[in-house]
Design a protein around this ligand. Sequence first.
Ligand code: NAP
Length: 348
Amino acid sequence: MGGGDEVRNKQVVLRQHVTGFPKEEDMAITTSNTIKLKLPEGSAGVLVKNLYLSCDPYMRNLMNAGTGMPGYLPNYTPGSPLFGYGVSKVVDSGSPDFKIGDLVWGITGWEEYTVISSTDGLTKIEDTSVPLSYYTGLLGMAGFTAYVGFHEICSPKQGECVFVSAAAGAVGQLVGQFAKLLGCYVVGSAGSKEKIDLLKNKFGFDEAFNYKEEEDLDATLKRYFPEGIDIYFENVGGKMLDAVLVNMKLHGRISACGMISQYNLEKPEGVHNLVNVVTKRLKIHGFIQSDHFHLYNQFRDLTLRYIKEGKITYVEDIAEGLEHAPAALVGIFKGKNVGKQAVFITRD
Ligand code: NAP
């Protein structure tokens, strides 16, 4: 196909703002959009072909009505394509930092081709000796979140007792492995037997439990942490956070990464045991990974080394085809994904 040809651009658009659990029908696949495979003269951005898309929990928040939270990505607009992290190939470039054929990861559209007018958030992929899909998760935003949320926010030490919720997800599986590499005692929670098996037998967690089968989470945590928890990597919020608060050790740290159990509720659940923050002198530290992006190269080099030394492994759940992206995204809120949920669009 010659440069400048106009092609059909399949897209995933938001049909309407969402309340409650998102449904596949909240999104639509459209083929009416066309795009010229050449940037207009003078453009400073890039035109990319999208190869993989990442399904991430924060995307649910962008489906809400309103403009979005300050300092965060703007909410989606009904009738327009969704956007999120992805791995793409540069098809045309007006930027001195990217050339045609470069592989990049960063925020792109949920469509076959995207014009990215500001390249500030794009990262060039230099090492392609690992699966390209890793840049949607392990070596992309989710993996970096695990690194920042554990190493930077928790200041972990060898021998400490670490609890990770949503532990089999994109972030949690790596937090647990980082904690094991440091010599911590690590327990994870997840929502199915298959995930518990992965945590114990593939990712090397010391213990893991299915939170859906536990009637009394406080008693469960006491069973796994008889002397209490030093570090809680918080991915879910709600009842789990309440049970954790009473099981934290004195001077424990909570890395508040996310609270997925609350994202689809019209009225958030309350937290009842907050007084433990005072009596146990706890530190709860919320963070957003992008605020720490200056550490990305450090994280990437360390993680690539761990992968090549066989010290880290990663499980992905990859849906095939843009038309399956809505189901894949909705699935993460039901725990259907086993490992990092991504969508494969095309090889190149
Ligand atoms: P993920 O791989 O998409 O996994 C999400 C998992 O959450 C699901 O597979 C499900 O697993 C679990 N889940 C869903 N609904 C739940 C509920 N009601 N209660 C308990 N667990 C539930 O997620 P991720 O990408 O690892 O993200 C994990 C957390 O980190 C999310 O809260 C996300 O918002 C947050 N995050 C924060 C940042 C940041 O910068 N702060 C960046 C990335 C992600 P089960 O089968 O175990 O239920």
